[in-house]
Ligand binder design. Sequence first.
Ligand code: HEM
Length: 196
Amino acid sequence: MDSALPATEKTTAHPSDEAAGVVGAGIETTKWAAIVTCFHIVDNPSIRRRLQQDLQDAFPDMSYTPTLAELDRVPYLMACIEEGLRLSYGAVARSPRIHRLKAISYKQYTIPAGVPVSSNAWHAHHDELIFPSSFSFVPERWLNNAKGPDGKKNLARYAMFFGKGTRICLGLQLEYAELEMVVAMLFRGLFEFEFY
Ligand code: HEM
């Protein structure tokens, strides 16, 4: 409060908005993605067994803590995380984008400048053409450089859990880091899990 920040940044509303932003953007999203991912892994014993096996093959010494770069190279771990993110959706509200300067084309439509367009993660993630059996947790769909329905574009292009374009999530690298560490440590075989 003693700094040279402008007075508008020292109102009560400002730190309160910042706090809501940190909690909403950085905590609720992370918490929910981790919960959904872990739930589905525990709920699918064959997926859990494969994840544990792949992690043990990659890091047989259980006292060793893998680095992030090493975790990145465990494809099934990354596939479980992508699938967990898909089924936790990120922000499900519509994320409007407006091109203020020029008209844009979409299929047969011309959208005039200044008109908002939007989509949302829930509908994109349950498009059965892109994600068949979309309500099921299927990490395998992300393996082997998976492609979308045209067989050319990467499947990741259709994932909206971090938003898209100019306002895409600023925390996504941190997010992958958190999820990789949490999921790998929980499921490398040190713990047992049961629902109650
Ligand atoms: C699983 C975790 C996360 C998910 C699913 C997620 C998802 C999203 C989504 C959907 C948006 C809106 C993008 C858009 O409007 O198109 C967003 C924006 C944002 N996220 Fe995340 N997020 C996550 C974690 C984080 C973390 C850990 C941080 C910060 C440490 C963070 C910081 C932000 C910020 C600052 C924005 C606003 C970017 C802007 O408006 O330019 N997020 N996030």
